[in-house]
Design a protein around this ligand. Structure first.
Ligand SMILES: Cc1cc2nc3c(=O)[nH]c(=O)nc-3n(C[C@H](O)[C@H](O)[C@H](O)COP(=O)(O)OP(=O)(O)OC[C@H]3O[C@@H](n4cnc5c(N)ncnc54)[C@H](O)[C@@H]3O)c2cc1C
Length: 456
């Protein structure tokens, strides 16, 4: 790893890898440090789906879309945001970003036309055929490798080097040693703070205590370092949650089970909320139950969910159990059989339209539910936080007075996102990865431009 570079990128997820390639291709020397033993972070765990408005792939598929339409969609779902300019900027560069990923980096992304995702009025997600973020990460890593950009894993940045000129690189732990890597520009691509319980309590209290379900690297260094530098933050209370992490298996119980008509019940054998709020919005409501919650669905729903690999694995490992009746499903987990039977009957009446649902659910999927039933214990999870450092149109980190912190950039989960000011309902599909790849690219380009300006 060089001790002196033009651009030091901290973090090797989608944001860091995109920033590294953009900076390198614009003429700068670049190095990437990654604290974990393998690159990828949350980007590897995602579905690798990146939204773009007006891409040539949409045009070829006859889909009319535009940044203006995407902005309308994003604001409709986010409601309020600390940074409307960032929403506009990311929508405006989204098509060029996806085309750059495909054409310049060789990412194997295809427009998803089969269905529209949450928050999109037209199909605009561009995803790997496998829907595995790991495939996107592998393509970005190959692009980094082809260019000979140094990338050191197991190298955690421990702090930023700061002088009167601004940020000058980072102090990096390499095994037993700590080395200073000097850089003319530093890009924070370290994701958010969902893996830091204290920061979650401080900034996202409504989901504090939920099981963190992302990669272990997201421990909030961008926030801790930014705070010391007087940086401004945005959208800090926004997050994406998941209402049904199988317990104790720790894998996701497919939300298809609930969307198609299943229910979530508490320790008293009764439902406690409108499950059609969605897997993210409902997570906080499950958290409010204090730990003992269960998902219940029927055979027809089981068969649909069984098309998903992770669901089948969970079934094989005993995370879901089969029961002849609601009463016997209750007995498997020490719930009151009569209460659960009555609850399922009441839900079925609402689903059949013969009585209103006491919790306001309007979409019942395939319900009324019919025996045999399936039941599994679930806990709420936290996928990722959405807020972070305020940045300008090129990813420069801003102070509270709006001036940039000299030489410092941020993107992806480290930066203020585009998913609303707070809570879990402002997230449109792909918002996380768009912030990662688009801001990463913009930051890499702007950092290289500034360096070229210095050199000239
Ligand atoms: C289960 C799950 C599913 C998701 N699905 C989607 C989806 O379908 N679409 C979508 O848009 N978003 C999705 N997201 C969110 C999305 O994955 C993130 O928003 C996005 O990947 C963030 O990219 P990033 O590059 O900022 O962070 P990451 O990909 O997490 O990369 C950050 C990297 O920085 C490293 N790092 C951290 N601190 C340091 C340090 N001090 N020194 C060196 N390295 C450090 C980390 O180890 C990590 O490798 C999902 C998240 C989860 C958990």
């Amino acid at each position: 790893m060089p001790a002196d570079v033009d651009i030091l990128v901290i973090g090797a997820g989608a944001c860091g890898l995109a920033a590294a390639v953009a900076g390198h291709d614009a003429g700068a020397s670049v190095a990437v440090v990654e604290k974990r033993d393998r690159p990828g972070g949350n980007s590897s765990l995602s579905t690798g789906s990146v939204p773009a408005a007006g891409s040539r792939f949409q045009k070829a598929a006859g889909i009319e879309d535009s940044p203006e339409r995407m902005i309308r969609d994003l604001i409709a779902i986010a409601k309020e945001t600390d940074d409307p300019a960032l929403v506009r900027r990311l929508a405006e560069v989204s098509a060029q970003t996806v085309e750059w990923l495909v054409d310049t980096l060789g990412a194997r992304l295809q427009l998803v036309t089969a269905y529209r995702h949450i928050g999109h009025s037209v199909p605009r997600l561009h995803a790997p055929v496998s829907r595995r973020g790991q495939d996107l990460v592998d393509d970005l890593l190959a692009a980094v490798e082809r260019r000979g950009i140094p990338l050191a894993v197991g190298n955690a940045a421990q702090d930023l080097l700061v002088s009167g000129n601004g940020v000058d690189g980072a102090l990096v732990a390499t095994g037993q040693d700590r080395v200073e890597i000097r850089a003319r520009r530093t890009i924070l691509a370290v994701n958010g703070f969902a893996g830091n319980a204290e920061l979650v309590r401080r900034f996202c209290p409504e989901i504090a205590g939920a099981t963190y379900f992302g990669a272990p690297g997201s421990t909030g260094e961008a926030i801790l370092w930014g705070e010391k530098l007087g940086a401004a933050f945005g959208n800090m209370a926004a997050y994406q949650g998941y209402a049904a992490v199988a317990y104790p298996q720790g894998s996701l119980l497919s939300w298809t089970t609930i969307e198609k008509g299943g229910i979530i019940i508490g320790a008293d054998g009764r439902r406690f909320g409108d499950e059609s709020l969605g897997y993210s919005g409902f997570a906080r409501i499950v958290l409010g139950q204090g730990g003992k919650t269960f998902a219940l669905f029927d055979q027809r729903i089981f068969e649909i969910a069984a098309q998903e690999e992770e669901f089948v694995e969970l079934w094989r490992y005993g995370g879901i159990r089969k029961a002849d009746s609601a009463g016997s499903a209750a007995s498997m987990f020490g719930l009151a059989p009569d209460t659960l039977t009555a609850e399922v009957d009441a839900y079925n009446r609402a689903a059949a339209g013969t009585a209103p649902d006491r919790l306001g659910r309007g979409d019942f999927g395939l319900a009324p539910l019919q025996p045999p039933f399936y039941i599994g214990r679930v806990v709420p999870g936290l996928f990722h936080t959405q807020g972070g450092l305020r940045v300008d149109q090129d990813g420069r980190v801003l102070r509270m007075d709006g001036r940039p912190v000299p030489n410092l950039f941020a993107g992806g989960g480290a930066a203020a996102g585009i998913s609303g000011r707070s809570g879990a309902l402002g997230y449109a599909s792909g918002n996380g990865l768009l912030s990662a790849v688009a801001l990463g690219r913009l930051a890499g380009l702007a950092a290289a431009r500034e360096i070229a300006g210095i050199a000239a």
